[in-house]
Ligand binder design. Structure first.
Ligand SMILES: [Zn+2]
Length: 129
């Protein structure tokens, strides 16, 4: 049996992510479309037992192109160097971009999506998205 193409699986994941966040699908899609080689760079992949358990990325600011935010996401939690997260403790756009990037990398490298049900921090924190 053939696997559904990666695009369809990503779309389903974005729907599930928007439901988990309580955000509109369009907002999550917009963040997904922001992920390009010149705006998002993978700094480190955290791998354990053949599974990608987290990523560290750099995300270029949308308004100030010389500014990069450093974001870490994983099953343990998430952190970002932007004000919204460091001062407000909110789930910022960069963290959501981190989750999206993590999932795509996981799909490509292991063929498996990340398990959103394990990201309890995604539901419990206040969101900027
Ligand atoms: Zn941030």
């Amino acid at each position: 049996m053939q696997q559904p193409p990666i695009e369809g699986r990503v779309k389903e994941f974005l729907y599930a992510l928007s439901r988990t966040l309580g955000s509109r699908y369009e907002k999550v899609l917009e963040l997904y479309l922001y992920v390009k080689p010149d705006t998002v760079k993978i700094v480190e992949l955290v791998e354990r037992g053949g599974e990608i358990t987290g990523v560290r990325i750099a995300v270029r600011s949308k308004r100030r192109h010389d500014v990069w935010y450093y974001t870490a996401v994983g099953y343990y939690g998430a952190k970002c160097t932007c004000e919204g997260n460091t001062l407000g403790g909110k789930i910022c756009k960069h963290i959501v971009i981190g989750v999206i990037t993590w999932n795509v990398v996981s799909l490509i490298k292991t063929g498996k999506e990340i398990d959103l049900s394990k990201l309890s921090w995604l539901r419990s924190s206040e969101k900027e998205v």
